[in-house]
Design a protein around this ligand. Structure first.
Ligand SMILES: [Zn+2]
Length: 364
């Protein structure tokens, strides 16, 4: 039995027919976890549909009305890039319900994973890029509305920028200065004790926290551009491939625009860097981790080069940072378009194993 819950429903399946988005992955993940005895039936919780009033905490009434009455314009439906149906609307309401349940459960158990969700391209007034409803934003607003939390941080590690999330939680950009940097090799294999590395925690560094140019790894690795913006009650971090959808990337609190083809070590250094910087500036009561599977080197829609192992180390890094700082973390899965669907399933199952590894062990 796991020390945390997995949120899942067969109805997470998106009825979109033949599509690059492998909607059957959710059931396959559940089946693989059970088959491998990585989880038992008792570890799963079944979500309920989000209520319309939950959806309306984030989305504009006009947009919700169009979804519920099937009156999107042709253009709006094309932007979604999935075929509209009332059943699809139900599936997105359920994804939002799953994220609400995962958020609530994470506040109880320190971590919870929804085997779905992460539809980060949905804006308050429209959907795009396979995303109709921003389930993570709905969950955050619901937790805030219920008085469970005041401040949340999104950590979006999908290969595509979280444009909808950035827009929904848009804050005011402020002028900033560079942070110090360190090299990728500093990061040992999943060694959270090194976060942040020695010398980065002193007061003079803290005073530099309002910065824009995040550090470049010192090792001559490919350069990534980092942009900062501030927010009020939700701090958004997105690590994504610069040369990829969406073309227009509204500012997150921290955006790490990664170059094409970046591999495990560089990616982990940037992630570590962004987490350290974000948590220096902001104290969330909940981390919402969007564990996209598409930074994988064999992804059809991604241009980064992470390995299966690197992606699991990524998950462990996020979990270790959250655990060390005692911040509850809820997980959603987002995209994954590997040439071989089984790889996408493996990446998502490994996220559960990573949580198991990190949260089952005593703190060193
Ligand atoms: Zn994606």
């Amino acid at each position: 039995m796991l020390s945390f819950k997995l949120v899942y429903s067969d109805d997470y399946y998106l009825p979109i027919g033949q599509h690059v988005f492998p909607a059957e992955k959710y059931r396959r993940i559940r089946d693989r976890l059970l088959g491998a005895e990585a989880a038992g039936p008792e570890d799963f919780l079944t979500p309920e549909l989000a209520k319309d009033e939950d959806i309306l905490l984030v989305h504009k009434p006009d947009y919700v009305h169009k979804l519920k009455t099937g009156t999107l314009s042709t253009r709006e439906e094309m932007q979604l890039e999935v075929p509209y149906s009332p059943e699809l609307v139900q599936a997105f309401w359920l994804a939002a319900g799953g994220s609400i349940l995962a958020a609530r459960q994470a506040l109880e158990d320190r971590v919870a994973i929804s085997i779905g969700g992460g539809f980060h391209h949905a804006f308050s007034d429209r959907g795009e890029g396979f995303c109709m409803i921003n389930d993570v934003a709905v969950a955050i607003r619901r937790m805030q509305h219920d008085g469970r939390i005041r401040r949340a941080m999104t950590v979006d590690c999908d290969v595509h920028q979280g444009n909808g999330t950035a827009s929904i939680f848009a804050g005011m950009r402020i002028p900033t200065k560079p942070l110090p940097s360190w090299s990728a090799p500093v990061l040992g294999r999943s060694s959270v004790e090194q976060i942040p590395p020695a010398g980065r925690n002193d007061k003079s560094r803290e005073n530099e926290a309002d910065t824009t140019e995040l550090d470049t790894p010192d090792s001559g690795d490919p350069q990534a551009a980092v942009r900062h913006a501030h927010d009020r009650d939700v701090f958004t971090i997105s690590l994504h491939q610069q040369n990829n959808y969406p073309a227009w990337k509204p500012p997150s609190s921290i955006d790490v625009d990664l170059p094409d083809g970046i591999g495990d070590d560089d990616y982990l250094a940037w992630l570590d860097n962004a987490l350290s910087s974000g948590l220096r500036q902001f104290e969330p009561e909940l981390i919402c981790y969007i564990a996209g599977a598409d930074p994988y080197k064999h992804d059809q829609l991604g241009g980064l080069a992470l390995t299966l192992e690197g992606l699991q180390r990524r998950d462990e890094l996020v979990f270790k940072v959250a655990r060390v700082r005692n911040i509850p973390v809820m997980v959603t899965y987002a995209g994954g378009y590997a040439h071989n669907l089984e790889d996408t399933v493996t990446i998502h199952c490994n996220t559960v194993l990573a949580a198991k590894n990190v949260f089952a062990r005593p703190l060193a």
